[in-house]
Write a protein that binds this ligand. Structure first.
Ligand code: PEP
Ligand code: MG
Length: 538
C-alpha cells in the first residue's frame, strides 16, 4: 500500500480505479512553409474549431457548475479572438514563413511574458489562460488533442495539473475524485471540483506515472490522504467512512425547511456568504435564511473603472428582491491587501494587509464611498438590508461613517429619491475592535466577526502564507476569547452579534459559539444544511 498526503479541497471519500491523465503534448516543431495562404487557412480552421469547443465548454460548465465558473470559457473565447494575438500569429506565418504551430507557440510565449510582468495579480493570472488557449489550438493543429471520453469509467483522476478547460471537459458521472500533484486550494480547478462536489486533493506528493493506471485507490478528502493499493484493513475502514459520509449527505436533505434551533429552543440565524448576484441561486437552493456577508468589493474587481451608482444599485436591488424580505447584509468595499484593482491607484505598500484598505480607503476617498452608499440606500427600499463596514478600529471611524450616511440620506431626500429602513453594523476583524467592542457596540445595530482577518492579526500569521500552516491554530484561545468578549459587549448594548469568517462553519466550535451566545452564523451556501443539523444537535 502506498499512502500519500495532499491538501483536501472537498471533503468526501472516493474508492475506485486510477486513471492517470497525461496531456498528449508533442514538442512544437519549427518548419519553414512555402504556401502562406494554405498555412493561414490551417490556422483559421484550427482557431474556428477551438472556438466551437470553447463555446460548448461554456454551455457545459453553465449547466454543471454555474455561471461564475463558466465565465472562464467566455474569457478564453475573447482571448482567442484578441486582435493583437491573432495579428502576431498571422504576421509570423506571413513575414517569417513559419508553420502555424510555431507561430501560435511563439505568440503564446510572448503574450505570457507580457502578462507575467504586469503588476496586477488578475492580469498575471491571464498568462495561464493564454497558455491554455494556445495549447488547445496547437493540439488541434498537430492532431494530439486527447478526448476525455477515452477514459474508462468511473475513475479517480490523477494528474500533474489540470487546466479548468480540462476539468470541465470530463464527464462528471465518470469522475469519482481528482488528485493533483500541483495546484493550490484556490486554483480554478480546486474551485470547480468543490462546486462539482468531487472529493479532491491538490499539492499531492504523488508521482504522475501511467504505471498506476487501473490500480485500486482511495481518496480520503476528510484526512487529505490518498491510498494506492489499500490493504484490507484500510479498505474496510474507508468503506465504512464512505458509507457514513453518504448517509450524512442524504440525511442533510431532511434539514431543508427545518428551523435552525438548538435543543434548548434558541434560534440561530443561519445565513450565507456571497460574492455576487450569481450566488443567490446557491443561497436559495441550500435553504439559507439570509445573506450575512455580500462581499461587495467583487463588483469592483476584474474591471478597468469604478462600477457606477446605477450598476451597484441594480446588483444590490436584485439580491434584495430575490431574497424576498430575508436579511441581506452588504459589506461596503473591502478593497486593498490581496484584493487590488489598478484603477484605485493605491501606491505599492510594504505591508498591504496592514495598509490602505477597506474603510480606510472609503474614509479617504469619500466620493467612492458616497457613490456606494447612495446605491445601497436606494436598494434598501427593495428588501431587508443591513450595511456593514469592514476593518474598523475606532469609535471615531463609526461616528464619521454615520455622519456621511446621514448626509447621503439628506441628499436623497433633496432629490426625492426613496430609501427604506436598514441596519448598520461593523465587522469585528481587528484585535483593536474586539478589545474596544464595549465602546463600539452602542453605535451600531450589529457586529459580524470576521475571523479570517481577526485570526491573522491576532496571531500575526499572514492568511495568504501557506508555509505558516504549522504555526496556525484556528482554535487558538486568544481568538476564542476575543470572540467571547465581542459577543458579550454586543449584548450589553442591545446589539446582535454574528460570525461571517470561515470559523463560523467549523462544526467543532458550533456548541462553543452557541454557549458564548452567538446570534448568527454566516457560511458558504454549501455548508448551510450541515451546520443547521449541527446546531439542532446542540
Ligand atoms: C474575514 O476577515 O473573516 C471576512 C469575513 O472578510 P474577508 O475574508 O473578506 O476578509
Ligand atoms: Mg476580512
Amino acid at each position: 500500500m502506498i499512502v500519500r498526503e495532499g491538501k483536501s479541497v472537498f471533503k468526501g471519500v472516493a474508492i475506485g480505479k486510477i486513471f492517470v491523465y497525461k496531456k498528449a503534448e508533442k514538442a512544437v516543431t519549427k518548419e519553414i512553409i512555402t504556401d502562406v495562404d494554405a498555412e493561414l487557412a490551417r490556422f483559421q480552421e484550427a482557431k474556428d474549431k477551438a472556438m466551437e469547443q470553447l463555446k460548448s465548454l461554456y454551455e457545459k460548465a453553465l449547466r454543471d457548475v454555474g455561471e461564475e465558473e463558466a465565465m472562464i470559457f467566455d474569457v478564453h473565447q475573447m482571448l482567442l479572438d484578441d486582435l493583437d494575438y491573432n495579428e502576431s500569429i498571422t504576421n509570423i506565418i506571413k513575414e517569417e514563413k513559419m508553420n502555424a504551430e510555431y507561430a501560435v507557440f511563439m505568440t503564446c510565449e510572448q503574450f505570457m511574458g507580457m502578462f507575467l510582468s504586469m503588476d496586477d495579480e488578475y492580469m498575471r493570472g491571464r498568462a495561464a489562460d493564454i497558455e491554455d488557449i494556445s495549447k488547445r489550438v496547437i493540439s488541434i493543429l498537430n492532431g494530439t488533442q486527447v478526448s476525455p471520453e477515452a477514459m474508462p469509467e468511473p475513475v479517480i483522476i490523477v494528474a500533474e495539473d489540470l487546466a479548468p478547460s480540462e476539468t470541465v471537459q470530463f464527464d462528471k458521472s465518470k469522475i469519482l475524485a481528482i488528485v493533483i500533484q500541483k495546484g493550490s486550494a484556490n486554483s480554478h480547478t480546486a474551485i470547480l471540483a468543490r462546486t462539482m462536489n468531487i472529493p479532491s486533493l491538490v499539492t499531492t506528493d504523488i508521482e504522475v506515472d501511467t504505471k498506476y493506471n487501473g490500480r485500486m485507490a482511495v481518496v480520503d478528502g476528510f484526512a487529505g490522504l490518498f491510498y494506492i493499493n489499500p490493504d484490507d484493513e484500510t479498505m474496510a475502514k474507508m468503506e465504512e467512512k464512505k458509507k457514513r459520509a453518504d448517509e450524512q449527505r442524504a440525511l442533510l436533505q431532511e434539514m431543508r425547511g427545518k428551523e435552525t434551533v438548538t435543543k434548548s429552543g434558541k434560534h440561530i440565524h443561519l445565513y450565507s456568504n456571497i460574492g455576487g448576484v450569481q450566488d443567490v441561486d446557491a443561497v436559495l437552493e441550500n435553504d439559507s435564511e439570509g445573506i450575512g456577508l455580500f462581499r461587495s468589493e467583487f463588483l469592483y474587481l476584474g474591471r478597468d473603472d469604478y462600477p457606477t451608482e446605477e450598476e451597484q444599485f441594480e446588483a444590490y436591488k436584485t439580491v434584495l428582491s430575490r431574497m424576498q424580505g430575508k436579511k441581506v447584509i452588504i459589506r461596503t468595499l473591502d478593497i486593498g491587501a490581496d484584493k487590488q484593482a489598478d484603477y484605485f491607484n493605491i501606491p505599492k505598500e510594504e505591508n498591504p494587509a496592514l495598509g490602505f484598505r477597506a474603510i480606510r480607503i472609503c474614509l479617504t476617498r469619500e466620493d467612492v464611498f458616497r457613490t456606494q452608499l447612495r446605491a445601497l440606500l436606494r436598494a434598501s427600499a427593495f428588501g431587508n438590508l443591513g450595511i456593514m463596514f469592514p476593518m474598523i478600529i475606532s469609535v471615531k471611524e463609526i461616528v464619521r461613517i454615520k455622519e456621511i450616511v446621514d448626509e447621503v440620506k439628506l441628499e436623497l431626500d433633496r432629490e426625492d429619491i426613496a430609501y427604506g429602513n436598514f441596519e448598520l453594523g461593523i465587522m469585528i476583524e481587528t484585535p483593536a475592535a474586539a478589545v474596544i467592542s464595549d465602546l463600539l457596540a452602542p453605535h451600531v445595530d450589529f457586529f459580524s466577526i470576521g475571523t479570517n482577518d481577526l485570526s491573522q492579526y491576532t496571531l500575526a500569521i499572514d492568511r495568504q502564507n501557506q508555509s505558516l500552516d504549522n504555526f496556525f491554530d484556528p482554535h487558538h484561545e486568544a481568538i476564542l476569547r476575543l470572540i467571547q468578549m465581542t459577543i458579550e459587549n454586543a449584548h450589553k448594548s442591545g446589539a446582535w452579534c454574528g460570525i461571517c469568517g470561515e470559523l463560523g462553519a467549523d462544526m467543532e466550535l458550533t456548541a462553543r459559539f452557541i454557549q458564548m451566545g452567538i446570534d448568527e452564523l454566516s457560511v458558504s451556501p454549501g455548508y448551510t444544511l450541515e451546520l443547521r443539523k449541527r446546531i439542532r444537535e446542540c
